[in-house]
Write a protein of this length. Structure first.
Length: 607
């Protein structure tokens, strides 16, 4: 191009990506003489400070350059260029779709333990039970499946709602009994979906933030789980659902289960101002209009005191009980200052606790009511990486590896480096269909009953399992914490929830798939380059994707082929031999190059 600027190219912008407050950043536009440029300027607009300024460009050896100093306060800067030709014609240079982004953040420290290790997500009711519980006397109308192998209730009631009031009885003691199993997967973080008393099996309709759900056991059972996990070098991440409560709860108490007056019973209730009624008590704000999930007003002092500020607040209390961090449900619907207060309380209570936010898009620039500041240093340490999941599955199902690279490089450019390396990366969660089911690429049955009964064909299962092994290899090779949704490593299948929340198939696991995940965890634990190393793409085209992770003394290369044909690759290699850490196969390097032939759906992890 006769005028060239690529924000990812250090010739054009240095340093790469997001920068710390006060950092000097240089910009260079490379222009050919034929363009006859005689003047130029960089325009900068600060999202939060509201500043808009223009910086002149200076000619220097075929380029037009300037250097700016990032603001001293965290912000999101937008920039573009204007060039003027000798004829007086003005040329505007912007990125496709708008200006370029420069994230300016504050380095407030990130707990190293999270991004370095392997995370494992547990839906508590469905992982493992130590006994068959009794539902009598508990909030909500609950039913118990005596058989662990039953299908969850999936048909809507007469109102068209899935009630989620059937339980299998997974509990804290069951998780504790399986800690050795989790250790065999090299798990270092257990992320638990909500554990607090609630009327549903998913427990996102919190009934009592100060009590664990009795079907999970007692608070002492939870503390014992934490103690035993800590002995094995594991930490626990709890799900904080602070945007809404349950309508059946101590606070709203729509059905009068609890003895104290709730907001739906009396306007004199101490919880009344937590909610916004348009016509009390029938009409009120609710999360996405779901009446069983009345939305709270996070700006109310009494609510903030209860959740964050008090000595025995929810955030502080459960950290003292043994938790090591919080995952914030629907973080993009929580006010920035609310998240900042949570972060400060956590740092006071447990300085190395981690705060992860649920955001489904690029969290650096997503507009949720307005622009947000999750990643600028004073709120979350990292986010759930749904963009990774989307890009990885697209590639595994036949997409172009170049599209995966482009999407992830955009994220790496926009995210502060600590947040990028503290992302929760995954291929599936409790909110998505099972990844194995998706990767089969088979037609989705039309009815819910058909989807509940669906099972992959033998050929579909083989195809899906091969893609999952490849996807898991990519997951464990990528910066951030590889996160496994319980049972994915065992070959669990299922469409939308609750079909993706079946019970773990103890004794019926896919042994080969499980062995693959165990080996990946071991390699991740042993290789510093996979934990903290730099990221470089050596190849990204069609089905072929090659990542290099590098530290000063350690290099690991993931070479992957999601295509339907064998892929020939020649890669740079400094040693005499490259060994696939997954299989032990060795490849001789000749003149600093190693040649590979990757079969369809094949991959290696070279060390």
């Amino acid at each position: 191009m006769s005028i060239y600027f690529d924000s990812k190219d250090l010739q054009c912008k240095n340093p790469f990506g997001a920068v710390l407050c006060g950092t000097e950043v240089s910009f260079s536009l490379l222009c050919s003489r034929e363009e006859d440029i005689c003047a130029g300027a960089l325009r900068l607009r600060a999202e939060f400070a509201g500043l808009d300024r223009t910086v002149p460009l200076t000619p220097n050896g075929g380029a037009w350059r300037c250097t700016v100093t990032a603001p001293e306060e965290p912000d999101l800067l937008w920039y573009d260029f204007t060039l003027t030709r000798g004829s007086g014609e003005t040329v505007s240079l912007t990125r496709s779709g708008g200006p370029w982004q420069l994230t300016v953040y504050e380095d407030t420290g990130t707990p190293e333990w999270f991004g370095h290790g392997v995370s494992y997500q547990i839906f508590p009711d469905r992982f493992c039970r130590s006994r068959l519980p009794q539902p009598e006397g508990l909030v909500g109308e609950r039913t118990i499946h005596e058989s662990w192998e039953d299908t969850p209730d999936y048909l809507p009631d007469e109102k068209g709602e899935i009630r989620n009031c059937d339980f299998f009885g997974g509990d804290f003691r069951g998780i504790t009994e399986k800690l050795d199993y989790l250790q065999s997967l090299s798990v270092t973080t257990l992320y638990l979906n909500p554990i607090f008393e609630a009327a549903s099996n998913h427990r996102y309709n919190t009934a009592d933030y100060r009590a664990v759900d009795p079907m999970l056991g007692t608070e002492e059972d939870f503390r014992e789980l934490c103690r035993q996990a800590h002995k094995r070098g594991m930490r626990l991440l709890l799900d904080g659902v602070f945007n809404h409560t349950g309508s059946v709860s101590r606070y709203f108490n729509r059905d009068g289960f609890y003895p104290e007056l709730g907001a739906a019973q009396s306007q004199a209730s101490p919880y009344y101002n937590w909610y916004h009624f348009t016509r009390w008590p029938e009409e009120y704000d609710a999360w996405w209009g779901i009446k069983t999930l009345p939305a709270v007003d996070e700006g109310q002092d009494s609510y903030r005191a209860f959740i964050i500020r008090d000595r025995d607040s929810v955030v502080r209390r459960w950290l003292r009980a043994g938790a090591d961090g919080w995952r914030l449900d629907v973080a993009d619907e929580l006010p920035d200052d609310f998240i900042r207060e949570i972060r400060r309380a956590m740092e006071e209570e447990k300085p190395d606790a981690v705060l992860i936010g649920e955001v489904w898009e690029d969290g650096s620039n997503k507009i949720a009511y307005d622009r947000r500041r999750y990643l600028l240093g004073r709120e979350t340490h990292g986010l759930m990486n749904y963009p990774f999941r989307t890009a990885a599955i697209d590639w595994l199902l036949g997409g172009d590896a170049a599209a995966f690279r482009e999407r992830m490089e955009e994220l790496r450019e926009n995210y502060p480096s600590p947040a990028f390396y503290c992302a929760m990366n995954f291929l599936g969660t409790h909110d998505t269909a099972r990844v194995l089911t998706l990767l089969a690429g088979e037609p989705v049955p039309e009815s819910r009953s058909q989807r509940a009964a669906a099972c992959l064909s033998p050929a579909g299962y083989r195809r899906a399992a091969a893609r999952l092994r490849l996807g898991a290899l990519l997951l464990y090779a990528f910066p951030g914490s590889p996160t496994v949704y319980y049972g994915d490593e065992a070959g669990m299948q299922g469409y939308e929830d609750p079909l993706n929340r079946r019970t773990y198939p103890w004794g019926r696991e896919d042994a080969a798939l499980l062995a693959w995940y165990r080996r990946l965890g071991q390699v991740r634990r042993e290789r510093p380059s996979l934990q903290t190393g730099s990221l470089r793409y050596l190849f990204a085209q069609g089905g072929g994707l090659v990542l290099e992770r590098r530290t000063e003394k350690d290099v690991t290369v993931a070479a992957l082929n999601a295509g339907e044909e064998a892929l020939e690759l020649t890669l740079p290699w400094a040693g005499a031999v490259a060994t696939d850490a997954m299989s032990g196969q060795q490849f001789l390097a000749v003149e600093g190059r190693v040649h590979l032939t990757l079969p369809p759906m094949g991959g290696v992890l070279l060390v």
